[in-house]
Design a protein around this ligand. Structure first.
Ligand SMILES: Cc1ncc(COP(=O)(O)O)c(C=O)c1O
Length: 371
């Protein structure tokens, strides 16, 4: 297996824990264990129960009560269709190795969270990027998808709401991608880790797994719900064969999940409406700050305003974006993520919208710009 460095993670490794303002985080503002437990209607009870969590091995597929809670995200999914992992990252890893073999071809929404393409390559796949077009609001062209098809194509991998652009696919396009996958007997891996963070809830797409056995939905507590430190992710699928393969591979990675994290993830998912309301409130407030900033700095930045999620992918119009990000973090303590970590060479950078201190970060950014 040959896995090159995960560029985004290596960039974060340099700055994440020594920089004051993370203006490029993909996750929403987190909270403490105490704050999470206090969200629960029976909070005294939840705190009490947390003390009694047993620290033995847990059920490999995830605790039945956590899986039952996760099922509430879906229409047709049962607890036995959910496989819980250590973050969405482990689920991506196991999916790629369970689903593919050498010389399979996969089509991947691009730019992409690097592991979606890289782990597929490491599993031996030939990967074709299906490019999001900025000139069309970062949308994907279905005609292009038809052209990317080969006789050995095994899967389409999409991510909507999208990291890093905040693009939300239209219902018509989403239905068409599912129809295309079904008609061509392809798997559809639907990375939905930013689902339930749509600015207009009416635009929320159905979960992929509810379309049928061809589809796998990827979810996680990290992003919309702001609980990244739990490291709890999952896949939901009615594809039993694939489920079993992934479950069997998990014996070689983490075997089972962390018991305290499973308990807290269950509390989080039970109270997810409260977390969504809180985090969307932060995002929407931050969007007004960014709208104002970009109105004041039209000659420096332009963007396609995101429709969902906790980030956008603006373009820096005054030269080398890597140098800009580098100087910004060194002189102002504000971290942006240059698009090069996504293989982008058009001056884009990732802007995070989910953190409470965004207004202060923007102040620092503007002071830096004036200097
Ligand atoms: C699109 C996408 N998928 C998967 C993941 C992995 O999530 P986690 O780090 O919580 O495992 C991320 C994290 O940034 C992501 O943006």
């Amino acid at each position: 297996m040959n896995l090159p460095p995960f560029k985004l993670e290596r960039y974060f490794a340099k700055y994440e824990f020594n920089t004051e303002y993370l203006l490029c985080a993909s996750d929403c503002e987190s909270l403490s264990i105490g704050e999470l437990l206090a969200l629960d209607a029976e909070s005294a009870d939840a705190a009490e129960k947390f003390q009694r969590v047993w620290l033995g091995y847990t059920e490999s597929q995830g605790s039945p009560t956590l899986r039952a809670e996760i099922c509430n995200l879906y229409e047709t999914i049962q607890p036995e269709d959910i496989l819980v992992h250590a973050g969405a990252e482990e689920a991506i890893f196991l999916f790629m190795f369970a689903a593919f073999k050498e010389y399979d071809h996969v089509i991947i929404h691009s730019p992409a969270y690097q592991s979606l393409a890289e782990v597929a390559r490491a599993a031996g796949c030939d990967v074709s990027p299906w490019r999001a077009r900025e000139e069309n609001g970062w949308s994907l062209d279905l005609e292009e998808l038809r052209h990317l098809m080969r006789t050995n194509t095994k899967a389409i991998i999409i991510n909507t709401p999208h990291n890093p652009t905040g693009y939300l696919m239209s219902r018509a396009d989403y239905d068409a991608v599912h129809e295309f996958a079904q008609a061509n007997k392809l798997l559809l891996f639907s990375d939905e880790v930013y689902r339930e963070s749509e600015y207009d809830p009416a635009a929320r797409l159905p979960a992929g797994c509810d379309y049928g056995e061809h589809a796998v939905s990827l979810g996680v507590t990290s992003k919309t719900y702001g609980l990244a430190g739990l490291r709890v992710g999952w896949i939901a699928t009615k594809n039993k064969k694939l489920y079993e393969k992934m479950a069997s591979l998990k014996d070689y990675t983490t075997i089972c999940n962390s018991a305290p994290s499973e308990f807290l993830a269950e509390v989080g998912m039970r109270n997810r409406q409260k977390l969504i309301e809180r985090n969307l409130g932060i995002i929407k407030q931050n969007l007004t700050v960014i709208d104002d900033l970009f109105a004041r700095t039209r000659s420096l930045f332009e963007w396609v305003r995101p429709q969902a999620g906790s980030m956008g992918f603006p373009r820096y119009l005054r030269g080398n974006v890597e140098k800009f990000c580098d100087e910004l973090v060194k002189h102002a303590g504000v971290l942006l993520l240059p698009g090069s970590v996504y293989g982008d060479s058009n001056g884009h950078f990732r802007l995070g919208l989910g953190r409470k201190n965004l207004p202060q970060a923007v102040e620092k950014l503007e002071e830096f710009l004036v200097r």
